[in-house]
Design a protein around this ligand. Structure first.
Ligand code: OGA
Ligand code: MN
Length: 310
């Protein structure tokens, strides 16, 4: 039997840090071409260290190629919710522009859904199994002279580490209630959620302290401000007061990185350890279009009181 030499393609690219708090930029990699195993491992390690990767210049990336890249990281998250922002159930159209290219006014429901994203959150936290990572391509981004329109990220590992011992002790046993309907309460002009949505994404509770088994048990804060503000086991007022404190802590500049989008940046972020929010911009004046895919989480959130099955 003859041996055929197999050509192993190499992919040369550079990864460099983009802020003190989090994030790295990846230059020289075309994600429309399938990744070698070696390249994928480098990216996986980089995501674990930096929590966010920004791949520059991905203008060749089709929906299918973005889905294929997303699948390298795990199962796709499917969106049964009918909130009218996506073109199909695995590809989200994050935009103030309709699927057929029409610029929608700031009061159009689709634009209002974008405003829900302006509060600190982590994607799909209202599910029993929240997502692992989101992957978003900047298809139409704001021009340089426009104000706002960035996406800001905050590092919840750092946020947890810098809490006072007293606060750490207070939140140790606590859970936050996360529910999809909360976004509708913020903007009363939005239609109510459907009975189907009520059934597929019922309210759920997650520990405020998240333990990361893949980081030797390191802890982070885990909460959201767009899918609830109530803390289980506290009165509404006490829970909301604690929630406000945590939200203000998460906004501290030293945990944050604000991403100013360049056309066809593909940004991937780790929802397990980051919060993010969209910065306001003039929706009537500017078009802003992203295509988002999402990697599903591997299991429920592990907290200080979770019994881990051996
Ligand atoms: C999202 C999101 C942020 C933005 O799509 O989940 O939070 O800047 N987007 O549009
Ligand atoms: Mn989001």
């Amino acid at each position: 039997m003859s041996t055929v030499a197999r050509q192993i393609p190499t992919q040369d690219f550079q990864i460099s840090r983009i802020s003190d708090a989090l994030g790295a930029e990846v230059v020289g990699l075309d994600l429309s071409v399938p990744l070698t195993d070696d390249a994928f491992e480098q990216l996986r390690d980089a995501l674990q260290v930096h929590h966010l990767l920004c791949f520059r210049d991905q203008s060749n990336l089709s929906d299918e190629a973005q889905l294929a890249f997303t699948r390298r990281w795990g199962e796709l998250e499917v969106f049964p919710e009918a909130d009218k922002t996506k073109s199909e159930t695995t590809v989200y159209n994050v935009a103030n522009v309709s699927a057929d290219g029409k610029h929608l006014g700031p009061d159009d429901n689709q634009s209002v859904y974008q405003k829900v994203n302006a509060r600190w959150h982590t994607d799909s936290s209202y599910r029993y199994i929240p997502s692992f990572a989101s992957i978003m391509l900047g298809v139409e981004v704001l021009p340089d002279e426009a104000k706002g329109g960035e996406t800001e990220f905050s590092n919840m590992l750092l946020a947890y580490d810098t809490l006072s011992d007293e606060m750490k002790a207070q939140i140790e046993p606590l859970h936050m209630v996360h529910y999809y309907e909360f976004g509708r309460r913020l903007f009363s002009q939005l239609p109510p959620i459907t009975p189907f949505e009520r059934e597929v994404v019922p309210p759920t509770c997650h520990p405020l302290v998240r333990i990361h088994p893949d980081r030797g048990g390191r802890r982070s804060l885990f909460f959201t401000t767009n899918a609830g503000n109530e803390v289980s086991g506290m009165t509404l007022e006490e829970g909301q007061a604690l929630h406000r404190k945590l939200a203000s802590h998460a906004s501290r500049a030293e945990f944050c990185y604000r991403h100013r989008w360049q056309p066809f940046d593909l940004v991937m972020w780790d929802n397990r350890v980051l919060l993010h929010r969209a910065k306001h911009y003039d929706m009537a004046r500017y078009r802003r279009v992203f295509r988002r895919t999402t990697v599903a989480g591997a299991g429920p959130i592990v907290g200080p009181f979770t019994r881990i099955q051996q």
